[in-house]
Design a binder for this molecule. Sequence first.
Ligand code: ATP
Ligand code: MG
Length: 230
Amino acid sequence: MPLKLEGIRFAYPGREVLKGVETEVDDGEIRVVFGPNGSGKSTLLKIVAGLLTPHDGRVVVGDRDVTHLPPERRNVGYVPQDPSLFPHLTVEENIRYSERHGRGGEELFERLVDMLDLEDHLDLKPSELSGGYATRVALARALFSEPEVVLLDEPLSDVDLAAKAEIVPEMREVLKDFGAPTLYVTHDPWEAERMGDTFEVMVNGRTVRVSDVEEALEVLRTGGAEVARG
Ligand SMILES: Nc1ncnc2c1ncn2[C@@H]1O[C@H](COP(=O)(O)OP(=O)(O)OP(=O)(O)O)[C@@H](O)[C@H]1O
Ligand SMILES: [Mg+2]
């Protein structure tokens, strides 16, 4: 079901971050979100995940207004920028966590473990993982819940280049198979190019749709001066 953000406004004390974000992401569409550090990308994802409530505007999934629903009632797969795993559970138990809620299946489990090369790590505890592997586990855990909306906040920023080159096409395929709308934050043009169907840039508290990565970089270079003054 499509994700629609309507007039989202949000401020931290003394700092207005989102000034009326409008966006719409279709089923099966991977929308890459670019934006400078501190422009509000993570804040926007937290609002869609239900961790923050916007001061104004609506988050709509299909025809359901979820703006005021708690995170656990949204069926959102969210990988935060700095994901934390459950420290007392093994890698496998972390991934399978959503089975408690009747979601996830064997075939998907195998596929995610294979895609992210986690086979040899399943019995480890999070404290025994490198940063890149911790990220992979967080990603597997989010996707294993078969979410209706997927939110990925720089999910591969800790993953080494060679692994990234393998993971990106496979992850795109998994996301495409889910067919959920996906918001994918990254600073990496290479990754964006291969992962995204559509692109937007966060500037001056709003998102601006652009046609490709090149245009996104142009908007970033100019600070969005000619597209979104305000
Ligand atoms: N909990 C908070 N309390 C107060 N201000 C915050 C909080 N979290 C973020 N901010 C501020 O809100 C603004 C947007 O932060 P956000 O994390 O959404 O940016 P971002 O686009 O994700 O940046 P980055 O690319 O560095 O991850 C920043 O100025 C940040 O300092
Ligand atoms: Mg961020």
